[in-house]
Design a protein around this ligand. Sequence first.
Ligand SMILES: Nc1nc2c([nH]c(=O)n2[C@@H]2O[C@H](COP(=O)(O)OP(=O)(O)OP(=O)(O)O)[C@@H](O)[C@H]2O)c(=O)[nH]1
Length: 333
Amino acid sequence: MTINNVSVPPLTVDHYTLRIIQAEDIHSIHSLINDWNVVRMLSEVPFPYPKPLLEKWIDSVSNETETGQSYHFSILDNTTQQIVGCIGLRVDSKDQLGKIGYWIAHKYWGQQIASKALQRLSTWALANLNINYIHATAADDNLASIAVLKKCGYQSFGQGKEKFLARAAEQPVSYFLLQREDICPGKKTSLVPPPNASTPKKILLVVAAALIDIDGRLLLARRPEGKSMAGMWEFPGGKIEPGETPEAALARELKEEINVDVSQSCLAPFTFASHEYADFHLLMPLYVCHKWKNLPEPKENQQLAWVSADELDNYLVMEADKPFIPLLKDLLF
Ligand SMILES: Nc1nc2c([nH]c(=O)n2[C@@H]2O[C@H](COP(=O)(O)OP(=O)(O)OP(=O)(O)O)[C@@H](O)[C@H]2O)c(=O)[nH]1
């Protein structure tokens, strides 16, 4: 399924599948959600939950799904094909923020389904949607949900009060935020270096290319799921191997990553990045290239985009690459 140019495959995790909610899911969903144990933890759902109201909600989220405003999934057990809960994410494009919510039917509690689904959807959303953070809210007495959020890397950032329809009262709630660098804590390319870092960091030599086509557009690649900082855009390239010149490394990386053949003589040094990440110091020459063979194609599961100078600001680029943007805009205009 492709929505708003984003491919939304069913997302699998362990023996569960997250697939976009369909109209015919209403009966199963209604029998599972119309339960005080579940509804009391959801701020926007009344109890009892009339079926026509649920039907209206499914209709409205289907419309939102078509325009890429929200992505709501039924969570299915692969063995029984039964729905066990739901999870959804609403996109706030202005603030590049996703808002996530989920519930699991009472009879399936205690099986880690919420953490698996939350981890899966969060990872997918940060890698594929135009968002930088994911926001979640949990009632303070929803200890299970708070534990799930923390397990998935969400950090608590504040508290407040929200009206819970089923309880007909305001409840104290905690707010949580997930940032991209919290997803793969083992492989950090953190935006912020740790304070007072006194030990010198390893210098990582990486080489990258700004490929510019005849229409004056620039090629960007999006880091795919599974890599640190998945979802950020960068310039094709990679690490320089021992004994390699930067130009030879770049020609090799462009072939491996996007099947493009470049002659080393067509790589013009443009500028460089010297940027401190949490775990290493990146030193990265950027070359400009106008001439190559083959149409770039993603060989490593990454998205590619040809971007004009006007569009460059809409792309979330790696921290080290940010100083390149004004220089490249000048070059492209
Ligand atoms: N290729 C490329 N890497 C960049 C850019 N900006 C930037 O910070 N980097 C960082 O430089 C390193 C590039 O190394 P790489 O491409 O070989 O490695 P990777 O992280 O993609 O994968 P790997 O470490 O799992 O092999 C990564 O840490 C990446 O985050 C950029 O514009 N292009």
